[in-house]
Design a protein around this ligand. Structure first.
Ligand SMILES: *[C@@H]1O[C@H](CO)[C@@H](O)[C@H](O)[C@H]1NC(C)=O
Ligand SMILES: *[C@@H]1O[C@H](CO)[C@@H](O)[C@H](O)[C@H]1NC(C)=O
Ligand SMILES: *[C@@H]1O[C@H](CO)[C@@H](O)[C@H](O)[C@H]1NC(C)=O
Length: 318
């Protein structure tokens, strides 16, 4: 009986949330929730203007180098998968198109995943050190990051088109920073990014290569946001004031600085406006979390050897 009541209460809550039009909760079939938002004022201010839903209903990631279609977004293992239409793909074969280097805004809480690997094509041997990666790199990777590996497993087994290129034109490089990517592209005609996708099969078949760029993100968790989302306190949506960037709990009945069951939201709002006008600095400090919250840091993955028949190969560094 209790379960039934609970279930009813929960379904009612999700229903009323779905009906709320404060913040869109998906774009192109990809769920959008905290810390992201595609409507201004939704999600965490750290990720403001980062995702956009195009007029054609496609989710895009904005970075300093352009807008990139988002293929998928995971909150459980926090990462965004993007594709770059300018990157090399199987159908190009050896007809390399002009490309552009991918870059990330490092001031926000994004970073290139260590599961990415870049393949460069037709590099100038005068400027790029191209050589088969020696065995000792497996044990001392810090001594090996300056060369582009011409014996790479991925070059010999391009996902989806093993034989698209003659092996001599391809080498693989693990990017430490987007800066190194820009440099490499001065001397190579084209490139592509491959990430090792976790497929959940037993080790060593748990990762398969796929085209795309995996970008990892952090989820800032604050006690205020948890309180705001709490179903018992009205299941609000975490957001922020678009002028001051201070925390706001978005509710159907209006916004609150605490949660949706807070009494007399309207009156509260009036008071907040006055305060916000005078001590903006204080509320901004609160929003950015001195004592207000902690960053939930993604657990750093164990650098297990990657797989799918690859681990015996000397070219993999991690
Ligand atoms: C609540 O906040 C959102 C986002 O900041 C804003 O768009 C909306 O107008 C606010 N609603 C009210 C009633 O103040
Ligand atoms: C997108 O991610 C979800 C959850 O991680 C996964 O179940 C789904 O298969 C992914 N879709 C694609 C097209 O990769
Ligand atoms: C390969 O690079 C050279 C310059 O290093 C360039 O002249 C040549 O056209 C490139 N080949 C292709 C197929 O793009």
């Amino acid at each position: 009986m209790l379960l039934l009541v609970l279930q009813f209460a929960l379904s009612f809550l999700t229903l009323s949330r779905a009906q709320s039009s404060l913040c869109r909760t998906s774009c192109g079939g990809i769920p959008i929730r905290y810390p992201f938002g595609i409507d201004d004022g939704c999600g965490s201010p750290y990720y403001r203007h980062i995702l956009a839903c195009s007029d054609t209903g496609k989710l895009e990631l904005r970075t300093p180098s352009g807008r990139y279609p988002v293929r998928n977004l995971s909150y459980a293992d926090p990462h965004v998968l993007v594709t770059d239409p300018f990157m090399w793909s199987c159908k190009d074969g050896e007809n390399f198109r002009p490309t552009r280097p991918f870059s990330l805004d490092t001031s926000i809480h994004f970073k290139l995943s260590p599961q990415n690997e870049y393949l460069f094509f037709n590099c100038s041997e005068d400027n790029v050190i191209i050589e088969p990666r020696p065995l000792f790199c497996e044990h001392f990777p810090e001594h090996c990051d300056s060369s582009c590996d011409s014996a790479s497993y991925l070059c010999r087994h391009l996902p989806g088109c093993s034989l698209a290129l003659s092996a001599s034109t391809c080498c693989s490089y693990y990017p430490k920073a987007t800066e190194s990517l820009r440099l490499m592209l001065k001397y190579c005609t084209s490139y592509t990014s491959v990430y090792w996708k976790n497929v959940g099969d037993p080790h060593p078949y748990d990762q398969v290569p796929e085209y795309g760029i995996r970008v990892d993100f952090d989820i800032p968790i604050t006690t205020r946001c948890l309180q705001c989302q709490d179903p018992l306190k009205g299941a609000g949506t975490c957001g922020f004031d678009t002028k001051t960037q201070s925390f706001m709990c978005l509710c159907k009945e209006g916004n609150s600085t605490t949660h949706c069951k807070d009494h007399d939201i309207a009156q509260h709002n009036r008071r907040v406006h006055v305060i916000a006008g005078t001590v903006t600095a204080v509320s901004a400090a609160g929003a950015f979390g001195i004592g207000a919250g902690i960053w939930y840091l993604r657990k750093v993955r164990a650098k297990a050897p990657v797989t799918h028949g690859v681990q015996s190969n000397e070219n993999r560094l991690f």
